[in-house]
Design a protein around this ligand. Structure first.
Ligand SMILES: *[C@@H]1O[C@H](CO)[C@@H](O)[C@H](O)[C@H]1NC(C)=O
Ligand SMILES: *[C@@H]1O[C@H](CO)[C@@H](O)[C@H](O)[C@H]1NC(C)=O
Ligand SMILES: *[C@@H]1O[C@H](CO)[C@@H](O)[C@H](O)[C@H]1NC(C)=O
Ligand SMILES: *[C@@H]1O[C@H](CO)[C@@H](O)[C@H](O)[C@H]1NC(C)=O
Ligand SMILES: *[C@@H]1O[C@H](CO)[C@@H](O)[C@H](O)[C@H]1NC(C)=O
Ligand SMILES: *[C@@H]1O[C@H](CO)[C@@H](O)[C@H](O)[C@H]1NC(C)=O
Length: 392
């Protein structure tokens, strides 16, 4: 009986240790503190101005896929120069930061990606040229921003594409003797896209072939919903609902990275006395000096707006967002407090970390610092490998 007991204890210990190590195998080794760098505004915001010490991963946005040849390449020679210098510049101040090349895929580009993913030959061209481009410019990984596969067939092809891409990166690593390139993708906030008859992401292919996904938990409202104010990054119910659909579909939490917005969405109020979330509006707010789009504020422009004495700010703990308004303009956004609370949320969910769209929109590193210090030394692979409470 004694002996049997100690054998049982030994067996249980072995089982727990195996569980411990097998869960952490393949997980991101650090908490992801990421941000996209939009290179197309390099003239006003050069990569030399990034404080790379506040990030673990920086995504160079964007390169493109040629719609005829399916080769991945910089869209123009200016971007090519930015791409060539990027890794050297950001690793100079933070040698540990990892860089990823992000491939654009919105609007008309989504149609080309759909064609590429449907055909083995064009997939091979896409895969080979993307890997070569990343290696040429000393990037640590590749990120695909296909927004978004539009039906079940495209979702299926997306699953095949990332599986072949993953296999190709392993083979390439074998030949080059370098660590395999990281592979990530930016995705819709939920695992199922409800429009145009609902269609779901290939979650099991994502789980086995991507290092993680960047979940775009923003733009729930904007100029396309002009008649009422709204929080475009509402944690409840939007983001929390979306994250739940990903996890219920089987995505391991350590492969889920939460998107955080460094920008607000604005409206022009219909009535200066009605300023709550959901208040009547007559359309998007006015374009701001640097960003220049109706209904849109960089976080840095919101900080400028707040210097006016007629502006009030409210923190809404229901949506976990802030909003600010004068008698005409209303803007909903994330401030340092809501960012800290959203980072707390992702840690509770044992997610891998966060990414910002986009690093250039911060003001004096306020949001970058808030997220960085809130996450601290948290690491999802450690969090997710904690053994469950033993069964008594
Ligand atoms: C809707 O789905 C169909 C096929 O299911 C596809 O052909 C069509 O392009 C999709 N439309 C949009 C707007 O995504
Ligand atoms: C890498 O190379 C080793 C030894 O040459 C081989 O056993 C392994 O299967 C290769 N892996 C891939 C993904 O090709
Ligand atoms: C503006 O809102 C206030 C408060 O809800 C209301 O009393 C007032 O009638 C509104 N004004 C107009 C012109 O609708
Ligand atoms: C949210 O704020 C309201 C008003 O200040 C407060 O009554 C409520 O307890 C807060 N809820 C949470 C969850 O903090
Ligand atoms: C608020 O104050 C600023 C600066 O003083 C001014 O430019 C702006 O027009 C004011 N806004 C409203 C709605 O009165
Ligand atoms: C920028 O942030 C630093 C510390 O984070 C602070 O000391 C400084 O006053 C801030 N500058 C401005 C202009 O807000």
């Amino acid at each position: 009986m004694e002996q049997a007991n100690s054998d049982l204890v030994l067996q249980l210990t072995v089982v727990i240790l195996i569980a411990f190590f097998s869960v952490s195998d393949g997980a991101a080794e650090v908490g992801v503190k990421g941000a996209y760098y939009p290179s197309y505004i390099a003239a006003t915001y050069p990569s030399t101005s990034i404080d790379a010490t506040l990030f673990t991963h920086l995504f160079f946005a964007f390169v493109v896929m040629d719609p005829i040849t399916f080769e991945v390449k910089p869209p123009d020679s200016d971007t090519e120069q930015e791409l060539a210098s990027f890794t050297g510049i950001v690793t100079a101040s933070n040698p540990a930061v990892r860089t990823l090349v992000s491939i654009r895929g919105g609007g008309v580009e989504a149609t080309s990606l759909s064609q590429m993913a449907a055909n083995p030959t064009s997939r091979k061209t896409f895969i080979t040229t993307s890997i070569a481009l990343a290696r040429l410019h000393r990037f640590a990984g590749l990120d695909l921003d296909w927004e978004s596969p539009k039906d079940a067939t495209e979702m299926h092809n997306f699953g095949i594409l990332i599986s072949e891409w993953h296999a190709a990166t392993l083979l390439e690593a074998n030949h080059s003797n370098l660590p395999p390139l990281l592979l990530t993708a930016a995705v819709y906030y939920g695992a199922t896209i409800p429009f145009n008859s609902s269609h779901s992401y290939p979650v099991s292919s994502i789980a086995s072939n991507l290092d993680w996904i960047n979940i775009m938990a923003y733009d729930y409202y904007g100029f396309w919903t002009p008649s009422a104010t709204a929080e475009h990054t509402a944690l409840y119910f939007n983001t929390d609902y979306g994250i739940s659909t990903w996890l219920k579909a089987g995505l391991p939490p350590h492969k889920a990275v939460l998107g955080l917005a460094m920008y607000g969405r604005s409206w022009t109020l219909a009535n200066a006395s009605e300023t709550w979330i959901g208040a009547p509006a007559v359309g998007p707010g006015p374009p701001q000096p640097i960003s220049g789009e109706p209904g849109f504020f960089f976080f840095s422009e919101i900080m400028q707006f707040l210097t006016n004495s007629n502006v009030s700010t409210v923190y809404d703990n229901r949506t976990v967002c802030a909003y600010s308004f004068d008698s005409k303009t209303w803007v909903g956004y994330d401030n340092a407090l809501s960012i800290a609370n959203k980072v707390q949320y992702l840690m509770t969910r044992k997610m891998a970390g966060y990414f910002f769209w986009a690093v250039s929109f911060d003001s004096n590193w306020t949001l970058s610092n808030s997220a960085f210090s809130t996450m601290g030394s948290y690491s999802s692979s450690v969090a997710s490998s904690e053994p469950e409470a033993p069964v008594s």
